[in-house]
Design a protein around this ligand. Structure first.
Ligand SMILES: Cc1cc2nc3c(=O)[nH]c(=O)nc-3n(C[C@H](O)[C@H](O)[C@H](O)COP(=O)(O)OP(=O)(O)OC[C@H]3O[C@@H](n4cnc5c(N)ncnc54)[C@H](O)[C@@H]3O)c2cc1C
Length: 264
């Protein structure tokens, strides 16, 4: 093992200062520690966020659920507020990885990491969420910028995620059986103003909104409305788990299932 130092600040402001000075933020370690063991990352200092009470918890205010960055997946899945206001998000969190991953992984870590097959980015995009950092607020549409890329600057700390409570929503994923990540996951949301947003994860270089599905569902919110909507294979990735054509087909199937679930 190579040497590194470990800090456990008590406030978000102290964590931000340490990160801006070059420290690497540590949430639940579900990605970061594995990367270190594989020597894909070799930070000189870890800044553990686990002791910062302000970064945890879920609160409802004026049509929005605000979830602290250090809130674990299991806490989102079991939260009475999330189950009442955005049940699709509780369901999503309850199907991330396995029990151990859900007990340690955090919404902030997942969003900062922006794995191209992660579940939360689809929810944030479809719900029109806002990512709160120590210094600013970033709309989900601007935050996710492709494969493991986000709008975060070096050392910028996510403090919370603000999620507008939709009229109805659902998330359906076709699971890659070994990892439980999404081979394709589709989050469909009809917002309070009637607009429809559809976000796809697992398909390519990162989460994206599907304009064709949104246009069709904006006219008629039913599974039949999207039955004929195509997904461009050229935009899909292809690997040993599924070809681009297979993934493009799955987008249609998962969207129809998500709409049916949202209406149920
Ligand atoms: C076996 C396994 C299965 C999994 N299956 C799924 C799945 O089905 N679906 C899914 O979506 N995910 C899945 N994951 C990922 C998991 O859900 C974690 O959310 C993800 O790995 C991030 O982990 P973490 O929260 O512990 O963050 P860490 O690993 O601690 O950090 C990840 C990155 O985010 C940065 N970071 C952490 N917190 C912040 C913050 N507040 N502000 C700024 N940057 C921050 C870190 O510096 C690091 O670069 C799986 C992981 C494993 C190991």
């Amino acid at each position: 093992m190579y040497a590194f130092t470990y800090e456990r600040p008590a406030t978000a402001a102290d964590a931000q200062k340490l990160a801006q000075a070059g420290g690497k933020l540590l949430a639940g370690g579900q990605t970061l520690l594995a990367s270190m063991k594989l020597r894909l990352a070799a930070p000189e200092q870890l800044v553990d966020l686990a002791g910062i009470a302000d970064l945890k918890g879920i609160r409802r205010e004026a049509g929005t659920l605000t979830i602290g960055a250090m809130t674990r997946h299991c806490d989102v899945a079991e939260s009475a507020e999330v189950r009442a206001d955005i049940p699709a998000l509780a369901e999503l969190a309850g199907h991330i990885g396995d029990k151990q991953v859900r007990a340690m992984g955090t919404i902030g870590g997942s969003v900062a990491n922006n794995d191209p097959a992660a579940d939360y980015p689809a929810a944030l995009m479809a719900l029109g969420a806002t990512v709160h950092t120590g210094t600013r607020q970033i709309k989900a549409d601007d935050f996710f910028q492709g494969l493991f890329a986000t709008a975060l600057e070096d050392g910028e700390l996510i403090t919370a995620i603000g999620l507008p409570i939709p009229k109805r929503a659902a998330y359906v994923k076709f699971v890659q059986p070994a990892s439980r990540f999404a081979l394709i996951g589709v989050f469909v949301a009809q917002l309070g103003d009637g607009s429809v947003r559809v976000a796809v994860t697992g398909g390519g270089n990162g989460v994206f909104r599907h304009a064709g599905m949104e246009a069709a569902l904006g006219k008629q919110f039913s599974p039949d409305a999207v039955a004929g909507v195509k997904t461009d294979e050229a935009e899909m990735s292809s690997d040993l788990h599924g070809s681009a054509a297979y993934r493009a087909h799955l987008v249609g199937v998962m969207t129809q299932r998500a709409v049916a679930q949202a209406l149920a």
